[in-house]
Design a protein around this ligand. Structure first.
Ligand SMILES: [Zn+2]
Ligand SMILES: [Zn+2]
Length: 389
């Protein structure tokens, strides 16, 4: 097998770009990706794949079988975000308040390109399962697909995911065994005091002062209570209390997220949050409640599959353009659920400099079309390596 972009992939770049811009102009959010799913299903059928719809509501699975052999699953996500697009692009969102600000339009287009290529060339022996999942952004579409029997209906030896990565050059990949993305757990905290006149605080218990100290104290968990090598981020992202200038409220509601890579570290951080909250509240005569919702587990690549991914990437862009020990990200990814069910690997594809707001979830972000040929070539190499003809 020769190195570089897969030969003939250039002829698909125009088409992949059109699909990408079409999906970009019509963004759909969690479990409502009906138009996108119909587009994907129609194309997969045209290519000659067996198509299954309705998994996790809007999920689409395409199966391409070419003789007997192993089976591999490739996954793209289809959903957009609740962001008001500000790119001014000709193909900008026509759905107000929704935007493809995470590049899932590009992920879908690249996997469609690979499906078209592999359907036409069939230089492999075995089965490719193309997974187009809904609701990656916070709603766990991958978890729902797995729970609805994704890998029981479509058994595979491994599952692979690819995400564009601003800040990594176009034509570069980053991948490694072990954790790539953090676990994400959301929390609700309440401080219950006793409301009073703003000028007579001694007649009440001010929950705002207590909440302020709890928020500050939590920031010393990672710096003073956990091993510095145990990565944890605690962010209080919402604080709600009070309605007036001159009234001390009864309670403060706080929400936020705890991010980590290791369940034991997460549990220790969680226990410290509880103890600090209870202790500080008690000292002031207030009460404290904390609830944690497990949201996404950490995305952890298995060793052999990470090696398979790095090899395929190196065949496309050369070993020098594959970072094999990237620092993991504290962002989260629901591909983690697929990795809990099957061995597999999640890799990053260079999207170019993350400048001028071209960062994930920013209203000025746009997937880089120059990356389409690299991503599609990576998928093809991976399949042709794993399902040797
Ligand atoms: Zn995202
Ligand atoms: Zn994403």
């Amino acid at each position: 097998m020769s190195n570089g972009l897969v030969s003939g992939i250039e002829t698909l770049v125009g088409e992949m770009t059109r699909w990408r811009h079409d999906i970009h102009a019509h963004p759909e959010t969690a479990f409502e990706e009906r138009r996108t799913a119909a587009l994907v299903a129609g194309l997969l059928k045209d290519f000659g794949c067996e198509v299954h719809t309705g998994l996790a509501k809007t999920g689409v699975v395409g199966v391409l079988k070419n003789g007997d052999g192993p089976a591999v699953a490739l996954r793209a996500d289809m959903d957009a975000l609740h962001v008001v697009e500000q790119t001014g692009l000709t193909y900008a969102s026509t759905h107000l308040g929704k935007m493809h600000a995470c590049g899932h339009d590009g992920h879908s287009a690249m996997l469609l390109g690979a499906a078209k290529y592999l359907s036409a060339t069939r230089a492999f022996k075995g089965t490719v399962v193309f997974i187009f999942q809904p609701a990656e952004e916070g709603e766990g579409g991958a978890r729902v697909m797995v729970e609805e029997g994704l890998f029981k209906r479509f058994p595979v030896d491994g599952v692979y995911g690819l995400h564009n990565w601003p800040g990594l050059d176009v034509g570069a990949f980053a991948v490694k065994a072990g954790p790539m993305m953090a676990a994400y757990d959301s929390f609700n905290a309440t401080v219950i005091g006793h409301g009073a006149h703003g000028g007579m605080p001694h007649l009440g218990v001010d929950p705002v002062v207590v909440a302020a100290q709890v928020i500050s104290a939590w920031q010393s968990i990672s710096s003073r209570m956990l091993d510095p090598f145990d990565a944890v981020v605690i962010s209080v992202t919402q604080v709600h209390a009070g309605d007036a200038y001159n009234v001390i409220p009864d309670r403060v509601e706080m929400k936020g997220a705890l991010r980590s890579f290791d369940v034991n570290v997460r549990d220790r951080a969680w226990a410290h949050m509880e103890t600090l909250g209870q202790g500080i509240a008690m000292g002031y005569g207030a009460r404290f409640k904390l609830e944690l919702q497990e949201t996404y587990p950490a995305t952890i690549n298995s060793v052999r599959e990470a090696e398979n991914a790095a090899l395929a990437a190196a065949q496309v862009v050369g070993e020098n353009n594959v970072q094999r020990a990237p620092a993991p990200s504290m962002g989260a990814e629901d591909f983690a659920y697929m990795l809990q069910d099957r061995p597999g690997c999640y890799a990053w594809l260079g999207n170019g400099p993350g400048e001028s707001g071209c960062t994930l979830h920013n209203s000025h972000y746009d997937f880089n079309d120059a990356a389409l040929a690299y991503g599609a070539s990576y998928w093809v190499r991976l399949v042709e390596n794993l399902l040797k003809a």
